[in-house]
Design a protein around this ligand. Structure first.
Ligand SMILES: Cc1cc2nc3c(=O)[nH]c(=O)nc-3n(C[C@H](O)[C@H](O)[C@H](O)COP(=O)(O)OP(=O)(O)OC[C@H]3O[C@@H](n4cnc5c(N)ncnc54)[C@H](O)[C@@H]3O)c2cc1C
Length: 389
């Protein structure tokens, strides 16, 4: 008979749930992970293109992603498993005055956190991004310590290492309800029966609002569709992941991201101008023509790429665009690691490490004031209310 009593239950073996389980097991806590899908990382984790950067403007994202970079970059040395880590950096090229002002405007806060990022002129940028279009190129920011990882390889490896430390993973077993005692969550129910634990972690991605509701909690997370794709491999030539912040001439994209992964494949996605709310995961006819034009606009020599595969995934969006991380307000034994928006893969290890420390020792692995910026108790609508004033 399967064990039914644990210290911690994690709902979701995804970008957040897997590293959380690994760090919980490392703390010596008996950990159960339940996922409704058939194996690790099969939710939105595998939709990510694998970009990992600490160079944000929000202090909590900076600090958590810096932890993630530390974990990803040492992973092969620690575990012996190659997860496709590539320290190629991130580059935000500026082809317009507006983009130059935007990226330069972020540098003071990034430097305050001692991130290795700077403005480089057009001549230097041409060396960082061989073959970049010179048409209007003014320079750009470059952060050499950021990088890329394979999301599926990382998910499988976190699961493997957590299992070695004693964590139990059960797949095709959706959580149907939470077991409540007064205002405490004391376990979960699935079709296989009940599991009890001192703490339950909601790491269920785009389903997180529904899981929170089972504890009477309103966690406003809505899915939002984004497409991605990958080419056949070509000779490695491109170090950094590129973020082109220009809106597209086609009038449908706010920005465009791409990079070359550790296997030489070019991997890409963009942000649609109008958010596409909902859970539609069907690929669209317009994605590839838009991407092809944007890719060739930035690096003309990519015109001969052979595209291997496209997909569409979901961002778990919050009203203020920041994750919701920490103890649930007014509910004991319930911890949230949700609302990762478009950055859950890069936030996952940092969030997981801090959630495990919080559960095991009552304090996150990073500065409490910074961690609390993502508190579930914050006013998630503050920005919207201020915009209406
Ligand atoms: C095209 C695209 C590109 C992206 N690129 C990047 C990138 O470069 N870098 C980056 O950081 N992020 C990127 N993202 C965003 C990233 O994929 C998400 O933010 C991240 O995967 C969310 O992590 P999560 O753990 O919250 O959710 P998931 O990884 O989806 O994990 C949640 C898990 O919970 C399980 N679950 C749900 N409900 C239940 C239930 N009732 N019972 C049991 N299990 C349940 C699901 O099956 C799933 O496995 C990208 C996303 C897309 C779509």
């Amino acid at each position: 008979m399967a064990p039914r009593e644990f210290d911690t239950i994690v709902i979701g073996a995804g970008s957040v749930g897997n590293p959380t389980a690994y760090f919980l097991a490392k703390e010596g806590l008996r950990t159960l992970v339940l996922d409704e899908l058939s194996s690790s990382g099969q939710g939105q984790n595998k939709a990510a293109i694998g970009g990992v950067r600490a160079t944000h403007s929000d202090p909590a994202k900076i600090v958590l992603c810096r932890q993630s970079l530390e974990i990803f970059s040492h992973w092969e040395g620690t575990t012996g498993t190659d997860i496709g880590w590539k320290r190629g950096g991130y580059c935000f090229p500026a082809f317009t005055e507006k983009v130059e002002a935007t990226v330069k405007g972020l540098l003071p806060v990034q430097k305050r956190f001692r991130l290795n990022i700077d403005w480089v002129d057009a001549e230097t940028l041409k060396k960082v991004v061989p073959g970049i279009s010179e048409n209007g190129l003014r320079g750009g920011t470059f952060s050499p310590e950021d990088g890329q990882v394979s999301p599926l390889a990382a998910a499988e490896s976190f699961t493997h290492e957590a299992t070695k430390l004693g964590a139990v993973f059960r797949y095709r077993e959706p959580v149907k309800s939470l077991i409540l005692k007064g205002n405490s969550v004391v376990g979960v129910r699935t079709e296989e029966g009940e599991y009890r634990a001192l703490t339950v972690v909601n790491a269920s991605g785009v389903n997180a609002a529904g899981i929170s509701k089972m504890a009477g909690l309103d966690t406003p997370i809505l899915p939002d569709s984004h497409e991605g794709g990958i080419s056949a491999p070509v000779q490695p030539f491109l170090g950094p992941l590129i973020v082109d912040l220009r809106p597209g001439p086609e009038g449908k994209t706010i920005n465009f991201y791409f990079g070359q992964d550790a296997h030489g494949q070019i991997i890409f996605c963009y942000t649609p101008i109008a958010p596409i709310a909902g859970t539609n995961r069907n690929s669209t006819y317009e994605f590839m023509p838009i991407v092809a034009a944007r890719l060739v606009e930035v690096i003309p020599r990519l015109k001969n790429l052979m595209i291997r595969r496209v997909w569409r995934g979901l961002y778990p969006m919050t009203p203020d665009g920041s994750p919701i991380v920490g103890e649930a307000p007014n509910v004991e034994g319930f911890v949230l690691g949700v609302g990762m928006c478009g950055q859950g893969f890069m936030l996952g290890p940092g969030v997981g490490e801090s959630l495990a420390a919080l559960i095991a020792h009552g304090a996150p692995a990073i500065d409490r004031d910074v961690f609390d910026l993502l508190s579930p108790a914050r006013d998630l609508y503050r920005g919207k209310k201020e915009a209406l004033k």
